[in-house]
Structure formats: structure tokens, C-alpha cells
Design a protein around this ligand. Structure first.
Ligand code: UDP
Length: 192
């Protein structure tokens, strides 16, 4: 059951429950994806039906911004609180490191994902980063193939919205990855 805020559905789960749910989806197999809408997403989704549809078809949707939580209170459908995508990713990577799962980093300018990889492996000892790719590609096919060959369980897709959400929904299943999450500028943050 999702809570509707301005036409976009959100899960009313705590950050820990979001990570648990993602872990279950990864273990279940098949392809799943998560979105992290903030107020700018909601505005864009009003005007962009394809974006709205892809947001609403996500397996997990977390309010990445206090503005979404305020809107939910004003609309009388309060969400539990905000779930920053970066915090979710951090919890998920901790779980991945403990369970031997493989991570692929997609997005940002050339070199950034590699720097993020170094920092993330330092922060989560045992985490396997099986591949990286920058976010400034012209064709999808070589990127899909690069992800396929790396055999990740999880891909952090950091291409900015709505590009990353449309990319995950359209190309995610063909990559063989089990779980993707759209995380905007997170790789820039992880790269430090
Ligand atoms: N980006 C990318 N490919 C593109 C456009 C953007 O990889 O074609 C990256 C950009 O380098 C940045 C991220 O996507 O790392 C978007 O960050 P931004 O802060 O704009 O997104 P937000 O977090 O606000 O969604």
C-alpha cells in the first residue's frame, strides 16, 4: 500500500525497513527498482506522465526530502519521516558487504564512480564493487552490456532525474541486475 502525494506513491517505511525490503527483493530474484523522489520530482512528475508512471511502478519509493514529508502532513496522509536516498544506500551497502553482494556504480562524470568505489570499499569492508561507468554515454546498449558482464546484484544509477528513473525502468531488466536505485548526485558525494 503506497501513500499518494501529488500523484506519486510513497512507501511508509522507516529507513531500516526500506533496507530490509530491498534486501528481500534482492534475495527474491527478478528485477526490482527503487526511487527517491524529492519535491522537484513531484513538480516534474505533474507535467511528465512517463516520469510519473515510472515513479509509480517502482517497487520502493522513499521520500528523499523534508518537503515531501511536509506536503504529506498538509494533505492529511502523513509519511513517517524522510528517508534520504544516501542513507538508504549506505544501509543497503552495509547489508551487501555482509552478504557478499556485488555493486555496480553508474553515473556522474568520468572518474567519479571510481573515486566513489575506493571510498565506499573503505567504508564498507568486504563490499565488492564489480564495475563502474560514467553517466555521459550516448548509447544504452554498451552500458547495458557492461553492467551485464559485471554481474552485479545492485546498481546505483546516478544520472539525475528523470533520466535515471526512465533508464532503470527501461533498461534494468536487460542488465541482469536484481535491484537498482536512482540516486541523483550521490556518486559525487561518495567520491568526496
Ligand atoms: N549526470 C549524469 N549524466 C547526465 C546528467 C547528469 O551522469 O546525463 C549526473 C551528474 O554528473 C550528477 C548527477 O547525475 O552526478 C545529477 O546530480 P543532480 O544533483 O543534478 O541530481 P539530483 O540529485 O538533484 O537529482
Amino acid at each position: 500500500m503506497k501513500t499518494d502525494i501529488l500523484g506519486v506513491g510513497f512507501d511508509t517505511l522507516s529507513p531500516e525497513e526500506m533496507v530490509h525490503t530491498a534486501a528481500s527483493l534482492i534475495e527474491a530474484g527478478g528485477f526490482h527498482y527503487a526511487v527517491t523522489p524529492n519535491p522537484e520530482f513531484l513538480l516534474a512528475a505533474q507535467k511528465n506522465e512517463a516520469f510519473r508512471t515510472v515513479l509509480n511502478q517502482a517497487d520502493l519509493s522513499m521520500p528523499d526530502g523534508i518537503g515531501v514529508v511536509y506536503a504529506s502532513k498538509i494533505l492529511g496522509r502523513p509519511l513517517n519521516g524522510r528517508v534520504p536516498g544516501i542513507d538508504f544506500a549506505d544501509g543497503l551497502m552495509a547489508w551487501m558487504a555482509q552478504h557478499g553482494k556485488r555493486l555496480f556504480l553508474l553515473g556522474s562524470k568520468p572518474g567519479i564512480a571510481e573515486m566513489a568505489s575506493v571510498n565506499l570499499r573503505q567504508r564498507h569492508p568486504g563490499l565488492t564493487v564489480c564495475g563502474t561507468h560514467d553517466g555521459y554515454f550516448k548509447e544504452d546498449a554498451p552500458v547495458i552490456q557492461a553492467v551485464r558482464e559485471a554481474e552485479p546484484d545492485v546498481v546505483l544509477v546516478c544520472l539525475g532525474a528523470p533520466k535515471q528513473e526512465l533508464w532503470m525502468a527501461q533498461n534494468g531488466p536487460a542488465t541482469g541486475a536484481k535491484f537498482m536505485v536512482g540516486l541523483g548526485g550521490a556518486l559525487d558525494v561518495f567520491a568526496g
